[in-house]
Write a protein that binds this ligand. Structure first.
Ligand SMILES: *[C@@H]1O[C@H](CO)[C@@H](O)[C@H](O)[C@H]1NC(C)=O
Ligand SMILES: *[C@@H]1O[C@H](CO)[C@@H](O)[C@H](O)[C@H]1NC(C)=O
Ligand SMILES: *[C@@H]1O[C@H](CO)[C@@H](O)[C@H](O)[C@H]1NC(C)=O
Ligand SMILES: *[C@@H]1O[C@H](CO)[C@@H](O)[C@H](O)[C@H]1NC(C)=O
Ligand SMILES: *[C@@H]1O[C@H](CO)[C@@H](O)[C@H](O)[C@H]1NC(C)=O
Ligand SMILES: *[C@@H]1O[C@H](CO)[C@@H](O)[C@H](O)[C@H]1NC(C)=O
Length: 737
């Protein structure tokens, strides 16, 4: 069947058209007069689907306006009133009235039998559903006949006959508006008619000629004709509106679905989303858009498009009582959240709330509160962020950001590094010191700095910058800082063995051979010397003491805690905010407030004494290490009684005496008589070398002391002095003028 259809259509096409037209070709007229001419109809031979669909546009009506006519029927005399292709395939035309007129002698004067001949093979059929057959006259029978019986064995020439009888007693008996046998009668017609050839009955008419000169019969739109008794004398040129059904009559019915899908050449329903419908009047089929689409199904490119049901202004057409959502070919309708519709769905019924009023109120209140809480949280977070930014600025962040080797940590990063401050190394002079681990597993010490205010901002940033530039093996390295907190946090390299103060004077009493002590002294001196020799600025530590000399796991000393308040730039020799440590402060500085590099030398002298005597600066019952040692030298020209018994063996005694003397030189009252750090370091190196030569079997490498156990040592400190081991006090100093 499908193959047959395909074959037939192909053959038809091969003979009919070289090129397949699937829509109105460009340049074709779309209107004639005030009638739209949609494809497959068209004006001119190339603009329509083919013969039968061609419309002529060269006739004018009485007003001189152009009217379209059916080009192929009745010599182009049939006027077209309207054409529709989208919903129902219909054409409204004007057809002439058939008549037969008599004189008083019963002789026929004029006749016309109404033939239109729409052609059996043509596209049109007279619509049986919309038209009726009307007979007007006062003693008449008229019937219409159609169809060719097609054989001599048939008694009648047509296949179809229908008509009615109209009679009137006199001129007054016919009534307006009534077409029921008196002056007028009408009948329905059957489908399939292609013509309207009428016959009039053979009855005597002459006696009525004065009020009914002719018999009339015609096809007319059921809704458009109402009988008037005046029509018994009708204008013979009168035409009546008649509906014609049209279809694609290339085949008897729609092609099978599988053929439809292939859209073979000649198949008319070319638009996507179009479908085929069997013709209800005559053979063939027509096309329409699928449900939910509208447009011209015969036009491939400008055919059926989705109807947006939600925006159609006629709400009764696509009702929705909820939220409308257009989808291809259809639309969805949902009730709002919290609403539902019973049974029929929101397309048919109003939605009602799922919850009772109380529940809705409760929900509203809950939502309101949640919103409030979120708003408060957001405000707090923004406040926090603003505060962090303020701190950052206050702490000199904008300057420090540009310094290369100081990493600026965010508050969150720092929290991660110190595991939320969980591992406290110690309590420093300013605050706590925490142990932390960087991402690369480096252990670090995180220390609270001093509070930075506007006046001291420059000092602080300068200090951090200077400290970051201190690249020496014996100076604790500043790795970064965090400025987003009120008091900035500084991140330092970690010194595992804690500070020299605890090692020397702590409870653990770790054995410390002289070689190791010398190494510590020399390397600490090297660190200070490096600091003092810094080219760009003249830098002083200001708080040299064992608590500020940290030791790594290999006992390598690292000078620390010089950054926070004691660094002064060249052009600023005086400070109002010096924190020194009792027992180590240069008395000259104490008196003048003039901090010099020699002040550090003084303090280092104290450290030297502590190293060889292993006594704190104040020991026993108010004994001052400095005074006692000085006394020993003044009285016996030897520090022998003061030296730590652990190292005061005979072969080293001379070395110890030399160190003692060096320390006393550092402690000289007169600043200019003290050696500088360079000299101190060099002299200590010489002493170490002479000791090595004397013994021959001693290696000074600090690596040898790794195995020295400090188990039982109370605590290790990463950076900074400790409250337990240092008595600090503020020493407001007066600048010299
Ligand atoms: C059409 O025209 C031809 C010749 O011009 C004529 O013989 C024929 O009767 C006409 N038909 C109609 C329906 O007017
Ligand atoms: C009617 O026709 C007949 C013959 O055809 C004629 O004899 C008669 O006179 C005509 N009548 C009138 C009124 O013309
Ligand atoms: C028919 O007409 C005649 C005379 O005009 C009248 O007498 C008669 O009643 C009419 N019959 C009907 C049924 O109207
Ligand atoms: C009817 O039409 C014909 C030709 O088309 C014309 O000669 C005639 O006058 C018309 N009659 C009326 C009453 O309009
Ligand atoms: C058209 O008619 C044919 C024959 O009666 C039938 O098989 C087919 O299903 C019909 N197609 C449609 C779309 O109604
Ligand atoms: C709206 O659509 C409905 C259903 O299709 C129809 O009956 C009604 O006449 C339309 N109303 C208007 C104003 O178009």
């Amino acid at each position: 069947m499908a193959t047959c259809w395909l074959l037939a259509s192909l053959l038809l096409l091969a003979s009919a058209a070289e090129s397949v037209v699937t829509g109105r070709p460009a340049g074709c007229q779309a209107r004639c007069g005030d009638v739209d001419i949609p494809y497959p109809f068209g004006i001119g031979p190339k603009c329509s689907r083919g013969e039968g669909f061609e419309i002529a546009c060269n006739t004018r009506n009485g007003n001189g306006d152009l009217v379209p006519t059916l080009a192929a029927a009745a010599n182009g005399s049939i006027h077209v009133q309207s054409l529709s292709v989208e919903q129902v395939p219909e054409v409204k035309v004007m057809l002439p009235v058939a008549y037969k007129c008599y004189d008083s002698g019963d002789n026929v004067t004029k006749r016309f039998y109404g033939e239109v001949d729409l052609n059996n093979n043509g596209v049109f059929r007279i619509s049986d559903s919309r038209n009726m057959f009307v007979v007007i006259g006062c003693n008449t029978l008229s019937y219409t006949q159609n169809g060719n019986s097609g054989g001599s064995n048939s008694h009648y020439s047509g296949l179809f006959y229908t008509g009615c009888v109209s009679y009137c007693n006199d001129s007054r008996s016919a009534q307006d508006g009534r077409c029921a046998g008196v002056g007028c009668c009408h009948v329905d017609i059957s489908p399939g008619l292609t013509d309207n050839v009428v016959s009039f009955g053979p009855w005597t008419r002459g006696f009525q000629v004065d009020f009914s000169p002719c018999d009339y019969s015609f096809l007319v739109d059921k809704n458009e004709y109402e009988f008037r008794s005046a029509d018994l004398k009708m204008d013979l040129n009168r035409t009546m509106p008649v509906w014609l059904d049209w279809a694609i009559r290339d085949s008897i019915t729609c092609p099978p679905l599988e053929v439809q899908e292939k859209k073979p050449p000649g198949y008319a329903c070319v638009s996507d989303n179009s479908e085929c419908v069997n013709s209800t009047n005559g053979p063939g089929y027509y096309c329409k858009c699928k449900q939910g689409y509208e447009g011209n199904p015969y036009d491939k490119d400008h055919g059926c498009i989705d109807i947006n049901e939600c925006t159609v202004s006629n709400k009764t057409k696509y009702p929705c009582y909820g939220h409308c959502n257009n989808i291809p070919g259809d639309y969805e309708c949902h009730c709002r959240v919290g609403y539902q519709s019973s049974g029929e769905g929101p397309k048919k019924q109003e939605c009602s709330s799922k919850f009772p009023l109380a529940a809705r109120l409760a929900l509203g209140i809950c939502l309101g509160f949640s919103f409030l809480i979120v708003a408060v949280l957001i405000t707090l977070m923004m406040h926090q962020k603003r505060k962090m930014n303020e701190y950052f600025k206050k702490n000199g962040g904008s300057v420090l950001q540009k310094v290369d080797n100081v990493k600026i940590f965010s508050k969150d990063e720092l929290k991660k590094i110190t595991k939320n401050n969980s591992d406290v190394l110690g309590q420093g002079g300013f605050g706590k010191v925490f142990k932390g681990t960087l991402e690369d597993n480096t252990t670090v010490a995180v220390k609270t700095s001093i509070e930075v205010n506007e006046a001291r901002k420059d000092d602080f940033t300068n200090e951090v910058i200077i400290q970051s530039q201190m690249m020496h093996n014996n100076i604790i390295k500043l790795l970064g800082c965090c400025l987003e907190v009120d008091v900035p946090m500084l991140v330092y390299e970690f010194a595992a063995k804690g500070n020299l103060q605890d090692i020397l004077h702590g409870d653990a009493n770790i054995p410390l051979p002289l070689g190791l002590r010398l190494d510590i002294a020399i390397e600490s001196a090297e660190g200070l010397r490096y600091m003092h020799s810094s080219t760009s600025r003249t830098i002083r530590h200001g708080d040299v003491k064992p608590a500020n000399i940290l030791l790594t796991d290999k006992f390598i000393p690292k000078i620390s805690d010089f950054g926070t308040s004691k660094l002064l730039t060249v052009d600023k020799d005086f400070t109002m905010f010096v924190v020194g440590s009792m027992g180590y402060i240069d008395p000259v500085f104490h008196k003048t407030g003039h901090l010099t590099q020699k002040s550090d030398v003084y303090s280092f002298g104290v450290v030297l004494l502590e190293l060889i005597c292993r006594k704190p600066t104040i020991y026993g019952e108010n004994c001052s290490l400095i005074i006692e040692f000085q006394n020993a030298y003044d009285q016996e020209n030897s520090g022998r009684i003061m030296f730590d018994k652990e190292i005061a063996n005979e072969e080293d005694i001379l070395i110890l005496e030399q160190i003692g003397r060096l320390a006393l030189e550092c402690l000289k009252e007169k600043v200019e008589e003290r050696p500088d750090m360079k000299e101190v370091a060099e002299r200590l190196v010489v002493l170490r070398r002479s000791r090595k030569c004397g013994q021959g079997n001693y290696s000074p490498s600090p690596q040898h002391y790794e195995e020295i156990s400090i188990e039982g040592s109370p605590k290790h400190f990463g950076a900074g002095n400790t409250a337990s081991s240092s008595a600090t006090h503020s020493a407001p100093a007066t600048p010299l003028s």
